[in-house]
Design a protein around this ligand. Structure first.
Ligand SMILES: [Zn+2]
Length: 259
């Protein structure tokens, strides 16, 4: 049944009195993470809101992994000491749990710019210490084959939103994924590193243009950190050494990690 213009107008007036726009009638607002109905657009439902697990201090200054108890100033995580990362530091907004997984899944397979905006807002706060250095934002690249299937790189979408907030430029020509890698799911840390060896190539000319400006790698989820390490090593090879990592979510061993 088609709605007549008169009916639309009546609905619009009624909606206006209720404080909702006609847009809300055509596209009812839904939760960013689970798709349940919400009162406002681009918001989370109450359940998903409380399910967010922000990573707050105390955390490891190198890897950004949260500590259960405060080990005192400067104390590093065992992971950072056993295998010091090639990047300076990594930060993430949320612990990767079921709620964060839903956000990332929706972002991967649908065109939802409001999701990238939500991720960027949280990451802007989580990466507060980076902005004073005005870093270049480099989204972790996806291989063309995968890009084709998924239509877009969510790390790039997030980087663009972060650029809007911070004014830091996005640089997509600096590093590319040279060969498709096996899906990382199910691989151990060592397996992931082997899988990624030589997967990333950095561009010397772009690196020279940046002239040693700090680089902030942007990704949606950091799992073991193997990807961030591989990209950093590729950047090191073209003379870039001030690299940090900022992600929306981070897998924390011992936390709820549904993969
Ligand atoms: Zn929800």
């Amino acid at each position: 049944m088609e709605m007549g213009a008169g009916l639309v107008k009546t609905m619009s007036l009624a909606a206006g009195r209720l404080g909702v726009g006609l847009l809300d009638l055509a596209y009812p607002p839904t939760c960013l993470a689970c798709g349940a109905p919400t009162a406002r657009h681009a918001a989370l439902c109450a359940q998903c809101f409380v399910a967010q697990r922000p990573i707050t201090r105390p955390f490891c200054p190198r890897l950004g992994l949260p500590f259960e108890r405060d080990p005192g100033p400067g104390a590093m995580s065992t992971a950072a000491m056993v295998e010091p990362p090639p990047f300076r530091s990594a930060r993430a907004a949320l612990v990767y749990n079921d709620m964060a997984r839903k956000v990332v899944a929706r972002m991967k397979y649908g065109d939802h710019p409001e999701l990238a905006r939500y991720c960027a807002r949280l990451m802007h706060a989580a990466g507060a210490e980076f902005w004073a250095d005005a870093p270049v934002l480099v989204p972790v690249p996806m291989h063309r084959a995968r890009l084709w299937r998924r239509h877009f790189n969510q790390a790039l979408e997030i980087a663009r939103e972060l650029s809007r907030i911070t004014g830091c430029p996005v640089e997509t020509g600096l590093v590319r994924r040279d060969r498709p890698t096996r899906a990382q799911v199910g691989l151990s840390g060592r397996g992931r590193r082997r899988n990624l060896q030589g997967a990333f190539v950095a561009d010397k000319a772009v690196s020279q243009r940046l002239g040693g400006r700090p680089v902030l790698l942007i990704d949606d989820v950091v799992t073991t950190g193997a990807t961030a390490r591989a990209v950093t090593l590729a950047l090191n090879r073209v003379g870039l050494h001030n690299i940090d990592v900022l992600s929306f979510a981070r897998v924390v061993v011992g936390a709820e990690t549904p993969i």
